[in-house]
Structure formats: structure tokens, C-alpha cells
Design a protein around this ligand. Structure first.
Ligand code: NOJ
Ligand code: CA
Length: 550
């Protein structure tokens, strides 16, 4: 295990960290099989260092049949041989730690894969067995159990129950290849503690917890549900499927383990809950931090941003946690595209798979991507100036748009297949990165790419942007380097500014000014440190953000 001095640094390093999400299969491929791998990540360690991130979070790299992009885990304590090995994982941690970059891994505790040894044992052992009790098996309705035990759909389409050979059914909130665990069974608790210890002992610094709000369920009577929108989720801790008060007993156990390490391991909850219910996930007795996805769903609008920032800072102050800011991840349309899709920001549930606006505009080639990029850069510089931590998604530092024209027969996302055309595919943000303007996969690797890359990728390539002082990549680098110097107490004060703009000041006089409009506006007083867009004659173009120092 690596023992670098910086790891002994302040225990609250995570509070204002910049964490870069790597989707391993699509980051960098070392051997040309078209699938990104750990050696590929190792080869980009200097790139990550130069970018200036404090940590990386790896989406699942475990053995998996990829029914849901790796969120169907066969074995929580191993590496998919297509991605690497445990030895390579150790080398990767070492290489990143030697560059003062910490490592988060993704933990998927609500469900495993139907190839997981426990599920295979459950199938073999039969009804009533202790092996089946690790999952949620029930008899069906109807004379011969031929109807599902309840009317439950899954996130990705019609059925939330699947029947096995002996006639019983098992519950799955996601695909049928992702059986839900029974968290009332102590063995499940022990198993995950073992997994968290396994990675912590290998030097992993933090964990991202998948669907952290779903683990505990009230199954008597069995729940019916046809929609997963927040509107139908109860917001008082008694919903049968989500965000139950007793889920926090699990995270108290985990916290106990995390605190046995020096420095304590950290965690961030992915919990799509009512905003006022986020607090316990982010408390220091629990996981410590929770994603705030409010900006993912919001329109690019000064008032909307103001209100979201305000409420989240209040919320984090009340829990003792720090805010998290996210504009893109592997589940949503990249923000450089999303921000110009008509109708975006109008629904309360921007992530929700039933994004009508996305389905309608998925193949839309007339989107104003120049405006999209200007908005994306402005929004990114804004969140990087806020108190709290920022989560970046691979490729956003290149200003990458979503790939909107993947042919249906090359899509991989189960949400697409199971959604009967009504749900969006998430493949558009998962296309392997362009590192070079030429080559069989734009420098992703020496071979091809597991999802098709568009020809326009060439101009977004990292090497092209590296050489261009005005590129998005260099803007991110400059912003992260400046941020590291400017970082200060987790507070801000709003300052008066024209309509359609936002201006706030951090305690050390660091000013962040965002012009949400499409016309130029007067810059506030102060020394200009950095900006997106164009500055001329004391005015900032729009949309754009400028950082200044008083
Ligand atoms: C959330 C993950 O981010 C998403 O990619 C996955 O499909 C679901 N959880 C199920 O694990
Ligand atoms: Ca590979």
C-alpha cells in the first residue's frame, strides 16, 4: 500500500476537492481491444496531474457481463480481466498517489449481477433456503405463481420481477441481470464491510455509493410502482422502496469502518432523494457527502442557479458537510449539449430517464453547439468558484458534446433496449475519449473503440487542445491551478449585479461573475484573473464567467 506524505494531510481534504470521474471502459485503451483499461489510466496519470484534479473516481471496473455498463457486478473484490488485474490496480493507485491524486472506487450495494456466486447459489439452493434469503425471492400471484408477486416496474422498463426455473420470482429495481440484495440479512452487511475493507486496505481513499437510498425496503405488503419519478417517492422516510430512515443504520456501520483508517476513508452518496432528505447521507455519522444533482436538472438561468446555490449552501451548513457540484456524469447528456436542447431544465427531474425533450432531440443535428460550449464553460467556471467540492466527468475538460447519432444497433445501454423508445440512451456520454486527431480510435488506443466515435471528434482531441492556449482543456487547467491557490473558507456573499448575471465573493476577495445572457455586460471592479468568452473594453461577452480579485 502506498504511503505518501500528502495522504497524511488535512483530514478534511475532501471538502473542497476536485474529483474527476473516469468511466474506465471509455477512458484509454492500452492494448487495442477497444476497451479502456487500468494500464490506459496509468498512461494518463501525467495528464491528470497536469489537469490539476485532487482525486479520481472510477466507475465499476469489476468483472461483469456489462448488462448495465458494469453496474452489474460479478465479484466486488476483483478487476474485470478485460480491464486489468488487482496487481495493475495497485500500480495505478501508486502512480496516482505519487502525483498526489487520490482514488475513489464505486460501490454498488443495492444489487449485484445474476452471475455473482451468491445469486448462482441462490438459484441452485431453491426456495426457502438461506442462499435465497440474501436476495428478494417471492412466490408469484395466480394459481401457479404465474403472475409477478406485485405490480412493480424497474427503472429500465416494464418488469421489476423475474421468474426463475422453479417458479419463484426475484425482485430487481434495475435490469433482470441485477438482482436486489436483501439488506435485512446480516450476511449482506458483513459482505459489504468486507469489500469496503478490502479496497481501503489497498489504499483506496474514498467510495462513491451507487443508489445509496435504495438498500432498505419495506416488503410487507410487497410494493407496487410504475414510475420512479421523485414525485411518487414519499418524503418522510416511510417510502417502501427508497430513502427509508433505517437505511442510515447501514451507513453508520460503514462510517465506523471508515474511521478506523488514517486518514479516515470518505464516501459520497448517489441518492436521488427529495433535497430536504439529503442531510443524513451527508452527515459525518453517515457517508459524509451526498451528490447534489440540482444543477443537472436546472435551466441555464441566473435565478435558477442562484436559488440552487443558496439552498445547497444552507443545507450543507446545517449538516456540517460540504456542498458537491456536478454538471455531467455517465448517466446524463454532456452539459455542452444538454444546455442547448429545447425544453431542457423545464422538468423537475432532469436526470429522470423519461426525458421527453431528450428522446425528441436525440438525433437533432441543428443544436447550437457553440452556444452550448459557451454555456458549459461559464457554468463550469462558476461551480469551480463555489464553496465545496466539484465532480468533473471525463471529457468535459475537452468541451465534448454528447454523441447524438449512435446507430440504434450499436447502442449498449439497457435503458435504451428496455425503455421501448421512451427512455433515453446514456451511450452518448460514454463514447471513448479522443486523445489524438487521427488514428483508428482518435488515440483512445491502438485499435478500435467499443462505441462508435464521430468524425468531428478530431477537433476536440486532447493533443489538439493541448497546443491551443485558448482551448477548453487549457481553460480547465488554468482554472484548476488558480482554484488551488485561491481556495478559502466555505462561504460566499452575493453582490449586486445586473439582471441575467450573478456575482459572488469568497472571503478572500475572490470574485466570480457569470453572464447568463447572450449579450456583453460590464465587468465588475477587480483584477481580472481568468475568463471564458471574450473580454474587451471592460466588458464580458455572454454567456461567460470571469474570476477577479478585489
Ligand atoms: C446509478 C448509476 O450511476 C447508473 O449508471 C446505474 O445504471 C444505476 N445506478 C444502477 O446501478
Ligand atoms: Ca483494453
Amino acid at each position: 500500500m502506498s504511503d505518501f506524505k500528502f495522504l497524511r494531510g488535512p483530514k478534511d481534504w475532501w471538502r473542497q476537492a476536485v474529483v474527476y470521474q473516469i468511466y474506465p471502459r471509455s477512458f484509454s485503451d492500452s492494448n487495442g481491444d477497444g476497451i479502456g483499461d487500468l494500464k490506459g489510466i496509468i498512461s494518463k496519470a501525467d495528464y491528470l496531474k497536469t489537469l490539476g484534479v485532487n482525486a479520481v473516481w472510477l466507475s465499476p471496473f469489476y468483472p461483469s457481463a456489462l448488462a448495465d455498463g458494469g453496474y452489474d457486478v460479478d465479484d466486488y473484490r476483483d478487476v474485470d480481466p478485460r480491464i486489468g488485474s488487482l496487481e495493475e490496480f495497485d500500480v495505478m493507485v501508486q502512480e496516482l498517489h505519487s502525483r498526489e491524486i487520490r482514488v475513489f472506487v464505486d460501490i454498488v450495494p443495492n444489487h449485484c449481477s445474476d452471475r455473482h456466486v451468491w445469486f448462482q447459489e441462490a438459484l441452485a439452493a431453491g426456495r426457502g433456503s438461506k442462499e435465497r434469503d440474501r436476495f428478494i425471492f417471492r412466490d408469484g400471484r395466480g394459481e401457479n405463481s404465474e403472475l409477478p408477486p406485485s405490480d412493480l416496474s424497474s427503472h429500465f422498463g416494464p418488469h421489476g420481477w423475474t421468474r426463475v426455473e422453479d417458479g419463484q420470482w426475484y425482485m430487481h429495481l434495475f435490469t433482470k441481470e441485477q438482482p436486489d440484495f436483501n439488506w435485512d440479512n446480516p450476511e449482506v452487511h458483513e459482505e459489504f464491510l468486507k469489500t469496503l475493507k478490502f479496497w481501503s486496505d489497498r489504499g483506496v481513499d474514498g467510495f462513491r455509493i451507487d443508489v445509496a437510498h435504495a438498500l432498505k425496503k419495506q416488503l410487507d405488503p410487497l410494493p407496487n410502482r410504475s414510475s420512479y419519478s421523485l414525485e411518487v417517492m414519499k418524503d418522510d422516510g416511510t417510502d417502501p422502496l427508497f430513502d427509508r430512515d433505517d437505511v442510515h443504520e447501514i451507513y453508520a456501520e460503514w462510517r465506523n469502518l471508515f474511521n478506523q483508517y488514517d486518514p479516515p476513508r470518505v464516501a459520497v452518496a448517489e441518492a436521488w432523494v427529495h433535497p430536504h432528505r439529503r442531510a443524513p447521507y451527508a452527515s459525518e455519522k453517515g457517508l459524509g457527502q451526498a451528490f447534489n444533482f440540482d444543477l443537472l436538472a436546472a435551466a441555464f438561468d441566473a435565478d435558477a442557479y442562484h436559488d440552487i446555490i443558496e439552498s445547497n449552501l444552507e443545507f450543507s451548513a446545517s449538516t456540517g458537510s460540504s456542498s458537491t457540484w456536478v454538471l455531467s456524469n455517465h448517466d446524463v447528456i454532456r452539459h455542452a449539449t444538454r444546455m442547448v436542447i429545447p425544453g431542457y431544465g423545464e422538468s423537475a427531474d432532469g436526470f429522470g430517464s423519461e426525458n421527453k425533450w431528450y428522446v425528441e432531440h436525440r438525433m437533432d443535428n441543428d443544436l447550437d453547439l457553440e452556444l452550448g460550449l459557451a454555456r458549459a464553460q461559464a457554468a463550469t467556471l462558476l461551480i469551480l468558484a463555489l464553496p465545496g467540492s466539484t465532480y468533473l466527468y471525463q471529457g468535459e475538460e475537452l468541451g465534448l458534446p454528447d454523441v447524438t447519432d449512435i446507430p440504434s444497433d450499436q447502442m449498449q445501454d439497457p435503458q435504451w433496449f428496455r425503455g421501448e423508445g421512451k427512455l433515453k440512451s446514456r451511450d452518448g456520454c460514454r463514447v471513448p475519449l479522443p486523445w489524438e486527431p487521427t488514428g483508428t480510435s482518435f488515440g483512445f488506443g491502438p485499435g478500435g473503440s467499443h462505441l462508435p466515435q464521430p468524425s468531428w471528434y478530431a477537433k476536440y482531441a486532447a493533443s489538439v487542445q493541448d497546443a491551443d492556449p485558448n482551448s477548453t482543456l487549457n481553460l480547465y487547467r488554468e482554472a484548476l491551478a488558480l482554484r488551488a491557490k485561491l481556495i478559502t473558507e466555505e462561504q460566499l456573499s452575493w453582490q449586486e449585479s445586473a439582471s441575467g448575471t450573478l456575482l459572488f465573493e469568497r472571503p478572500n476577495g475572490w470574485l466570480c461573475f457569470t453572464n447568463f445572457t447572450q449579450h456583453e455586460v460590464e465587468l465588475p471592479q477587480g483584477d481580472l484573473l481568468l475568463h471564458s468568452g471574450v473580454v474587451s473594453g471592460g466588458k464580458l461577452s455572454g454567456p461567460a464567467t470571469a474570476w477577479l480579485k478585489r
